[in-house]
Structure formats: structure tokens, C-alpha cells
Design a protein around this ligand. Structure first.
Ligand SMILES: [Cu+2]
Length: 292
């Protein structure tokens, strides 16, 4: 799964990482770029749609239900919240999801939903994910079917089932998306544990805003079936990356680097540098990366 190179312990600052991996001499084209969902070209968006569509057609470990089920139902629920490994665990999760996406659509990369809303602008889900149809067919980024297995598990356990097809109820729960100012303040926090838990709080606010009064995104066991879950968590991952560049630090303290992140075959250390995972975030990070 992972090359021996990525198994080496990571140095504790990004400049050291850069030096030791020789990133400066690595052609940038070797990285895949994750992009803003609101700024995709028609071709980039089509590649993402093809990937999602392809994944929903697979019932095995390359398929959409498999990945959505890792976060929630069917049991066991593996995802880590309210813990220092919240960010590393979800970075690994997105990494393997993106690999499966690209297996179906090699040009696709995960887009992020920039939910940091400037003052005076309306809270919205990007059209790429909010349009019900695309080119005369149902938009695979708008909603997805929840796996039968997950529903069967929930019924047996007496748990609430919001619906067999994911839906959203944006803004109807009386909440707002995080503001741009809130996100700027967040990135300025120096202390990683504080940054991580504040980011997790803002992330929870987005889940509740999107799910509204009963949509899937508001429930941990169901949220990952909603296609926008991945774009939301991509934004969370991007904010960690922006924090790393801003503070020239990786984040998690060294004592946590050896920790495993089940069910993924990686440790915390292996999640610290996105360029070692082969990707980076376009535009807002690219100039810093090239200079580094
Ligand atoms: Cu989440």
C-alpha cells in the first residue's frame, strides 16, 4: 500500500520535510491538485462526476458504499472525532477515497467546498454539488443511495434512518456556515491541539447547517453517504495544510506520530506531509509550495 519511502519518520517542520524529500527538485506535475469545487472547469467537474458514478456502481472495497460505511454504518463506526487524531484519520480516509475515485476516473481529484463565507455573502453549497441534474442525468454529486446493509444494521439496532437516498436541508436548522473571519482567526491559532479542536467545531457547524432539520449530513453514521461530505472534509484537510504552511509546523506532537489509524494501513507520521501523499491544494497553497 505504501512505499518504504513514506514509512520513514517525518521531520518536524515542513522546511525539513522539503529538504529531505527533495521536493524543490521534484517537478510539480507529479503532484495531483485538489481544486475549489466552485472553480472547476467543465472537464474537471465531469471527471469528478464520472469517478463518483463509477464508485457507486461497485459493491466491493473500491465502491462508494464501502468508503461511506467506514465512517458510519454498518458497524463498526471507525471514524475518529473528539480526539487529537481527528485530522490525521480523516486525511487518510480522504486519501484512500480519492485513490478509489481516480481508479474509476484517472483525471479526477477531490474538490473542496470553501464554506468560509465572507460577510454579506449568502451561505451556499457549490452548484457542482447542489444541481439536481447534470447534462440531463441525475447529478451523482447531489445525492446518493444509502447502502441496504447500513439501513438493515440501523433497523436492527433501532436507530433512526433519515432516508434511503441522501438529502440536505441547508440552513433550515437555524445555523450559519462559518464566516471567513472565523476561519482566518482559526488559522492564526498557534497551538495545534487548540487549532484542531476549533476546526472540528467549525466542521460540526457545517454538518449541522447542511443537514438542517433531518438531512443525512447532520448524523455521524449517515453523513458520509452524502456526496458533499467528501468536499466538506476536503476543506477541513485544506485548512490543516494552510495552518501547516502558516506556522511552518506539522501539528500533531511527536509522541503521536507512531499511532496507527485503523482501518487504514498508515500512521499519523505518514499523514503529516500532503506532498508525500502525492497531492496539494491548488492556488492558495501552490506559490508557497513552489518557493519552499
Ligand atoms: Cu465530518
Amino acid at each position: 500500500m505504501c512505499s518504504s519511502r513514506t514509512r520513514a519518520p517525518l521531520p518536524n517542520t515542513l522546511s525539513n520535510v522539503t529538504a529531505s524529500t527533495g521536493l524543490a527538485s521534484t517537478p510539480i506535475r507529479e503532484l495531483r491538485w485538489r481544486r475549489d469545487a466552485a472553480r472547476l472547469t467543465a472537464g474537471q467537474l465531469e471527471a469528478v462526476r464520472r469517478g463518483y458514478r463509477g464508485m457507486t456502481e461497485l459493491a466491493d472495497e473500491r465502491g462508494y458504499d464501502f468508503f461511506a460505511g467506514l465512517h458510519g454504518l454498518p458497524l463498526p463506526i471507525e471514524c475518529i472525532h473528539d480526539a487529537p487524531t481527528f485530522l490525521p484519520w480523516h486525511r487518510a480516509f480522504l486519501y484512500f477515497f480519492e485513490r478509489a475515485l481516480r481508479d474509476r476516473s484517472p483525471e479526477a481529484t477531490l474538490p473542496w467546498w470553501n464554506w468560509a463565507t465572507p460577510d454579506g455573502e449568502a451561505d451556499v453549497i457549490p452548484a457542482a454539488f447542489a444541481d439536481e441534474s447534470a447534462d440531463g442525468a441525475p447529478n451523482p454529486l447531489f445525492s446518493a443511495r444509502v447502502s441496504e446493509q447500513a439501513i438493515a444494521w440501523a433497523r436492527r439496532a433501532g436507530q433512526h434512518v433519515p432516508g434511503r437516498t441522501t438529502f440536505r436541508d441547508p440552513g433550515a436548522g437555524g445555523r450559519a456556515l462559518p464566516s471567513k473571519d472565523q476561519v482566518d482567526d482559526l488559522i492564526a491559532i498557534r497551538d495545534f491541539p487548540t487549532f484542531s479542536s476549533e476546526l472540528e467545531n467549525l466542521h460540526g457547524q457545517v454538518h449541522l447547517w447542511t443537514g438542517g432539520r433531518g438531512g443525512h449530513m447532520r448524523y455521524v453514521p449517515w453523513s458520509s453517504f452524502d456526496p458533499v461530505f467528501w468536499a466538506h472534509h476536503c476543506m477541513v484537510d485544506r485548512l490543516w495544510r494552510l495552518w501547516q504552511i502558516r506556522h511552518n509546523a506539522v501539528g500533531p506532537p511527536e509522541r503521536e506520530w507512531g499511532q496507527a489509524l485503523p482501518p487504514f494501513p498508515v500512521t499519523v507520521a505518514q499523514t503529516l506531509d500532503v506532498t508525500r501523499l502525492g497531492y496539494d491544494y491548488a492556488s492558495s497553497t501552490s506559490s508557497q509550495t513552489v518557493e519552499a
